[in-house]
Design a protein around this ligand. Structure first.
Ligand SMILES: Cc1cc2nc3c(=O)[nH]c(=O)nc-3n(C[C@H](O)[C@H](O)[C@H](O)COP(=O)(O)OP(=O)(O)OC[C@H]3O[C@@H](n4cnc5c(N)ncnc54)[C@H](O)[C@@H]3O)c2cc1C
Length: 569
């Protein structure tokens, strides 16, 4: 390690870090760490001035390893890696130390221990940096074609966007027509635009596009491969069809919860779901008398804790429609809380009030009771605000149930090797930073397949997912992350543990030239989770950028050299 020259850059992050951590003390400590040839602090290391300083000091002090102690690698690692690269270093001789989330934020009331911990983390970062090695990145070609699964509003928006950009699109819909849930609705919020008008506009644009191939009544049989080169097999009414694509967008939507066993649904006449009521309105029903909506039917409850997000607004919309069609009808919405998010949905609440819709707040501990023998006759409800039980005559009860994951979502998730959340909705890579992407590269998500939401969100997400998918297809190549697993075949015994534990099917056993079974990592599929490296009994698989040497150098620093009070040394 004779020629290792490390630079340490400490960030104040305004007062985010420096308001708690004593940066001057950590700086003085960092300057004396072994192999550190330069250390400095910055108000914002990610600013132009901060990045320029890193580049200048790399040249000025012939630094060949860089440690930045600042915020989170999730948002800033790429920025600092690029700065190193621009100064002529390999991007992987950079080490990130998080002293914001891990120190100043989590220990915001303990400046002393937060400062000591920041010093320790910098010390460990420097230890690891000393063992960092340059890594080579590889590239893979990307086919300029996309598979979109699901032909609802989200899927069609994504298809149109990609089609207009000239990419070949394969739009696979398991139903007999395009449109998804929206096709069965009457009028849409905001604006009361007929749902059929929106759906027809999208379908006609899809049909006119010369770049979109639509597969109706079709199901995905297999998707294998990786970003740039996915092999797809689809079961269609014409038989199996196969093609290859560079990217995949999941837009499989969600379905309304069927409230079996709830509020006597399926047991007596007159109790239906909100969607069934909207369909009745669509088919021209006008003879309403006493209508009661029960919101949060089957949502915000044990096992389904989430809010359906659009249910409140969709119930207010239909309650108002009934009052407009039939002004003599008595219409009551039973609600736990009004969740009308955003300006449009808040306005819809007001419009329903103005249209004469009555709102009653109920207590989930004392849920409404449906009375009637064969046909619903009334709903009894304890009005929490007036503290009285009311009996509301009812000929129609609409159960406002949440959207739940579509059938087959789990199977599709396993096929694409992407995760679902505890309720079975597809789980994006990061709710805020990567909302329309999966961790698996080249696979994207849009619409209510991800979580209940409005049509506007579905269309926006469809367009956003298309924009994300277009980027690698335009480039024609993807640069592969180099911090992936790598096998030293000389010491691999071919036991296959790595194959068993890999969640991405990135490892295989193959024969080397001497005919020995050895593990081989597909760098395109590998996500660098490190599971194989941990499972390997011989240390033959190493996670690049997190090798045993690099990790143990940090562990040994803490266990052998001692930890805690850095300023006592
Ligand atoms: C009663 C009701 C009223 C509503 N009113 C409004 C409103 O007024 N305004 C508003 O903004 N929103 C409203 N919504 C919400 C709106 O319906 C959704 O936001 C919208 O449907 C989401 O579109 P999507 O494309 O994500 O999903 P979907 O519309 O569910 O489309 C998904 C498509 O994927 C297909 N699919 C599923 N799995 C597969 C598979 N494995 N392979 C191939 N295809 C598959 C499905 O068949 C479907 O065609 C309402 C919802 C309900 C239930």
């Amino acid at each position: 390690m004779g020629n290792v020259r490390i630079g340490v850059f400490l960030c104040h992050c305004g007062s985010n870090i420096a308001g708690v951590v004593d940066i001057a003390a950590v700086l003085a400590y960092s300057k004396n760490l072994p192999l550190v040839k330069y250390a400095a602090d910055n108000l914002y290391t990610c600013s132009d001035a901060g990045l320029s300083a890193i580049k200048e000091k790399i040249t000025e002090h012939s630094l060949n390893r860089v440690v930045v102690a600042s915020c989170t690698p999730r948002t800033h690692e790429e920025l600092f890696r690029r700065a190193c690269e621009e100064a002529g270093l390999n991007r992987y001789v950079f080490e990130f130390v998080n002293i914001r989330e891990h120190c100043s934020w989590i220990h915001m009331n303990e400046p002393g221990p937060a400062t000591a911990k920041a010093g320790e983390l910098v010390r460990l970062g420097v230890k690891k940096a000393a063992h960092l090695l340059p890594l080579e990145t590889a590239t893979a070609p990307v086919e300029p074609a996309a598979l979109i699964i699901g032909g609802g509003a989200a899927g069609m928006s994504a298809a149109l966007n990609l089609g207009r950009q000239g990419f070949a699109v394969h739009l696979v819909e398991r139903g007999s027509k395009l449109g998804g849930l929206t096709a069965g609705l009457w009028k849409l919020l905001p604006g009361d635009r007929p749902a059929s008008e929106l759906v027809e506009t999208l379908i006609s644009a899809v049909k006119k596009s010369g770049n979109i191939s639509v597969y109706l009544d079709s199901s995905i049989k297999e998707v294998s491969g990786f970003i740039g080169s996915f092999a797809v097999r689809v079961d269609t009414p014409r038989g199996e069809e196969a093609f290859s694509v560079g990217t995949v967008i999941v837009a499989t939507g969600a379905r309304e919860l069927e409230p079996q066993g709830l509020y006597r649904y399926g047991e007596i006449e007159g109790v239906q779901t909100l969607r069934q009521l909207e369909q009745a309105l669509k088919s021209g029903k006008k003879d309403f008398t006493d209508v009661v909506f029960i919101n949060c039917a089957g949502s915000r409850t044990a096992g389904r804790e989430y809010c359906g997000r659009i249910c409140c607004a969709a119930s207010f919309k239909n309650a108002r429609f009934i009052r407009e069609i039939c002004p003599t009808a008595r219409v009551t919405v039973l609600q736990r809380d009004v969740m009308a998010f955003g300006k449009d949905f808040e306005m819809e609440y007001r419009r329903a009030l103005q249209a004469g819709v009555r709102f009653v707040r109920y207590d989930p501990q004392r849920p409404p009771q449906i009375t009637g023998e064969k046909q619903v006759s009334a709903v009894r409800v304890f009005h929490t605000l007036v503290g009285e039980e009311l009996t509301l005559p009812a000929s129609t009860v609409a159960l406002v149930t949440p959207l739940v994951p579509n059938e087959g979502a789990g199977k599709l998730a396993r096929m694409l090797k992407v995760p679902v959340d505890t309720h079975g909705f597809f789980l994006e890579a990061h709710m805020k930073l990567r909302p329309v992407e999966f961790a698996t590269e080249g696979v994207y998500i849009a619409g209510t397949a991800r979580f209940p939401g409005s049509l506007r969100e579905a269309v926006t997400q469809g367009t956003a997912a298309a924009a994300k998918a277009a980027a690698p297809m335009y480039a024609g190549v993807v640069t592969l992350e180099a911090t992936v697993a790598k096998t030293d075949t000389r010491i691999c015994s071919g036991c296959g543990n790595c194959v068993t534990v890999c969640p991405f099917d990135a490892v295989e056993i193959e024969q080397d030239r001497a005919g020995r079974n050895v593990s081989a990592v597909n760098a395109v599929l590998c996500k660098g989770c490190g599971a194989c490296a941990a499972a390997c009994p011989n240390g033959a698989i190493q996670q690049q950028g997190f090798t045993d040497l690099q990790i143990f150098s940090m562990v040994e620093t803490l266990t052998l050299e001692g930890g805690a009070d850095v300023f006592a040394r």
